[in-house]
Design a protein around this ligand. Structure first.
Ligand code: BF8
Ligand code: SF4
Length: 631
């Protein structure tokens, strides 16, 4: 195999291929190298058939029926697979929801005047959400409303409620389904904690009962922790509006101080943004021979800043190591989630300074500087100054910025989409009814070295827009589609005639960036609003979700709250469930009878597109809309 072919197999991106080559020349081991070294991966674990939940184990079930069929405690394949999946959901829900809690804490600190540099940027939204939480707003100061809202949101995390506050946004029919099944989430922390309890040895050994709690746990993320994270981020940092920017490694600048923010929570990156725009620091950068300070993003903290401030994006999950290999990055600041522990070591081969910022997320070979609401502004300035000082340590021969950046439009919050529609959902409903837009698909989630980098996202997205399905995307999927040039108005030319006409009329791209991974709740909110407007349930709509390259436990939670909310969801990589026929049957077909939606697993994006198109046409038919009969 030629050198070119070797990299062709790993990624569809030009910058990825070129940087993989440089990484090899520089002697850098990447995520793909480590993946290869792990092969073959453990077959028991792949099937979900191994358990180490207690010290009588670890145990495994023989999938061929010849060896042991029960763990030491007596748990069979169904129980072990369901327990493992339940714990994945719990971890994902915990990650999103704890991120949300950190934002609520900042909101409270702002209200108490203890967070210099932070402020309420969207007062309108503060008031609207406060009313949803039952906070009296008339005649009250912004500070008081913020404080009361923060307290009310903290209550949603606890155990004192019967139902989370924001569930009220879901259609009545959906809430009745949750109530009837007994899966209405009560407290955000409660459901995760209860999942850990249920999956302890000797607790919930009814696999179906466990999976139902899995849905409740995931719903506590979607309609709880993640929704709070998105709403409070909008309140503190502004609700996104359409904004133009650029994406891929070409956003790095040879003659500027390059600072990268990576992770998920905008609490730190927003302060870095402020510092990077500080006149005094820009002048310092100039004194040091740079033309300025270039702040760019990776992964979801990047998405947060892209949505609100239009900062350029260097790449998605599988590009996070390769950014360092450019030799052009002065500093990477990370907060938490999806930050490979390999980054510190790779950075030590270049001049790049790595800084961790959260007390709950420390990494090898990184400098730790803890951010808190009270010190964030000053600390951000100090670190940006250090990044500037590091500019002179670049090794010119090692710097390689491989490509030109690609343009994209971002910032499509639900509020912004409504504005583009002229203030009401009606125009969207009309074009869906007419069939110009057949339906809507959310494409979300990660990269995973098991799937050719970005191939799943981009292929699926292209097929769907060709078939007049409007795509909304988040997370690493959104960055992939940005790099592929699908998030500009001109991309409407790649869409089918109906969608193309609608995009040109509304001046929107056929692929709308709705944000980071917690912002998947913007999809929930939009689908719920459409269902409410039409007086139907969310599961009745011509809508689907997909996570073509997912890797993270958070993605398992997202997929589960989508399905639990009635949205058919196609996963690319197979989750570890094949060891239990019962679990597979319930998730891929049985659930349709109880929540009106299922999962499908399809690693081939062409086939995944067909599944989604068929699903959307089927829903159109049930709604009495014009539909295509597909075989
Ligand atoms: O939360 S898409 S790889 S960066 S988990 Fe992570 Fe997956 Fe990217 Fe954002 Ni989401
Ligand atoms: Fe084995 Fe049961 Fe313990 Fe799991 S909980 S490790 S199956 S004994």
């Amino acid at each position: 195999m030629s050198e070119k072919e070797k990299y062709e197999e790993l990624t569809i991106t030009e910058d990825g291929k070129l940087m993989l080559k440089k990484a090899e020349a520089d002697g850098i081991e990447t995520v793909w190298d480590r993946y290869k070294k792990q092969l073959p991966q453990c077959g028991y674990c792949e099937l979900g058939l191994s358990c180490r939940n207690c010290a009588m184990g670890p145990c495994r079930i023989d999938p061929f029926g010849e060896g042991p069929q029960k763990g030491v405690c007596g748990a069979d394949a169904d129980i072990i697979v369901a327990r493992n999946l339940g714990r994945m959901i719990a971890a994902g829900a915990a990650a999103h929801s704890d991120h949300g809690r950190d934002l609520v804490e900042v909101l409270r600190n702002v209200a108490e005047g203890k967070a210099p540099g932070y402020e309420i940027r969207d007062e309108d939204k503060l008031r609207r959400v406060a009313v949803e939480y039952g906070v009296e707003v008339d005649g009250k100061s912004t500070q008081d409303i913020a404080k009361e809202l923060a307290y009310a949101m903290e209550e949603d995390y606890g155990t004192r409620k019967k139902a989370l506050t924001l569930l009220k946004r879901a259609p009545e029919k959906r809430r009745q389904i949750w109530d009837k099944l007994g899966i209405t989430p009560r407290g955000i922390d409660r459901e995760t904690s209860e999942m850990m309890h249920r999956t302890h040895m000797g607790v919930d050994n009814d696999w179906a009962n466990l999976l139902l709690h899995g849905l409740r746990n995931a719903l506590s993320d979607g309609w709880g922790g993640s929704m709070i994270a998105t709403e409070v981020s909008d309140i503190l940092f502004g609700t996104p509006k359409p904004t133009e920017s650029t994406v891929n490694l070409g956003v790095l600048k040879e003659d500027e101080v390059n600072i990268v923010v990576h992770g998920h929570n905008p609490v730190v990156s927003e302060m870095i943004y402020q510092a990077a725009n500080d006149e005094e620091l820009i002048n310092l950068a100039k004194e040091k021979g740079a033309r300025g300070i270039n702040l760019v993003g990776l992964c979801c903290t990047g998405n947060e800043l892209l949505m609100r401030r239009g900062i350029p994006m260097a790449g998605n999950h599988l590009m996070t190591e390769l950014v360092i290999v450019t030799g052009a990055v002065e500093m990477i600041l990370v907060d938490y989630q999806c930050i490979m522990p390999s980054l510190g070591h790779i950075a030590s081969c270049y001049h790049t300074k790595m800084v961790s910022t959260s007390d709950k997320a420390k990494y090898p070979e990184m400098e730790h500087h803890e951010f808190h609401p009270h010190n964030a502004r000053e600390l951000a300035k100090k670190l940006v100054r250090e990044a500037i000082e590091n500019f002179s340590n670049r090794t010119p021969g090692k710097v390689y910025i491989p490509v030109e950046p690609i343009k994209l439009t971002s910032g499509f919050s639900v509020e912004a989409i409504l504005e583009a529609l002229g203030g009401s959902l009606e125009p969207l409903i009309n074009v869906i009814k007419e069939g110009k837009v057949r339906g809507i698909a959310g494409i979300v989630g990660c990269n995973n070295p098991k799937i050719k980098h970005d191939l799943g996202h981009v292929t699926l997205t292209k097929r769907l827009i060709e078939n007049d399905i409007l795509v909304v995307d988040t997370g690493c999927a959104a960055i992939a589609n940005g790099k592929a040039g699908l998030k500009v108005l001109e991309a409407a030319n790649m869409a089918g005639n109906g969608l193309k006409e609608v995009c040109n009329l509304l001046k929107i791209p056929p692929v709308l960036h709705v944000g980071s991974c917690v912002d998947n709740v913007r999809i929930l909110v939009a689908v719920a609003a459409l269902a409410n407007e039409l007086g139907v349930d969310m599961s009745d709509l011509p809508v689907a979700g997909a996570a073509p390259e997912w890797y993270s436990e958070k993605a398992v939670s997202i997929g589960s709250y989508m399905v639990g909310s009635g949205i058919f969801t196609v996963l690319g990589p197979m989750p570890p469930i094949l060891g239990s026929k019962n679990v597979v049957q319930l998730l891929t077909s049985g659930l349709s009878e109880i929540v009106g939606a299922t999962f499908a697993v399809e690693p081939d994006p062409e086939k995944a597109a067909t599944l989604i198109i068929k699903h959307i046409e089927k829903k159109r038919k049930s709604l009495g809309l014009p539909y295509n009969e597909l075989v």
